[in-house]
Design a protein around this ligand. Structure first.
Ligand code: CDP
Ligand code: MG
Length: 136
């Protein structure tokens, strides 16, 4: 049975800065994802703080929000069968050092903070995150 889902993906500032936008989009398309919405934007730190609210008590929260708002990002809605999980698999582990061969973070990630991509971690959070960036 098919289970088409949407998930939110972000190409983070470190990857946009290195002109990896098109290469990373090709990886998504080659892995069967449709990019149904996309925009290149730069957000305010205050917006990053809302987006990453689940991490507000973590020691890395301030740097994380400063980083996500430090330069242009590409925000995309990806669609595919089981998109949330499939995207997490394609991204690889949070720390690029732990990411498996063939994953986006293994290939492009610089460090645990500059790990090139974001992806929603559940269907519920995907809906919240898509709505955050693409309110109709
Ligand atoms: O992005 P992912 O869902 O894999 O990881 P997370 O645990 O939700 O953390 C969100 C983001 O915070 C990560 O992608 C990293 O950029 C950053 N982070 C960090 O800078 N230092 C850590 N020790 C953990 C996460
Ligand atoms: Mg996460």
């Amino acid at each position: 049975m098919s289970n088409i889902e949407q998930t939110l993906s972000i190409i983070k500032p470190d990857a946009v800065e290195r002109n990896l936008e098109n290469e990373i989009k090709e990886i998504f398309k080659n892995n069967g994802f449709s990019i149904v919405k996309e925009k290149k934007i730069q957000i305010e730190k205050s917006e990053a703080e809302i987006f990453y609210k689940v991490h507000e008590t973590k020691p890395f929260f301030n740097e994380l929000c400063a980083y996500l708002s430090s330069g242009p990002i590409v925000v995309m809605v990806l669609e595919k069968d089981n998109a949330v999980l499939r995207n997490r698999e394609l991204m690889g582990a949070t720390n690029p050092k732990d990411a498996e061969e063939g994953t986006i973070r293994k290939k492009y990630g610089i460090s645990i903070d500059k790990n090139s991509v974001h992806g929603s971690d559940s269907v519920d959070n995907a809906k919240i995150e898509i709505n955050f960036f693409f309110k109709d």
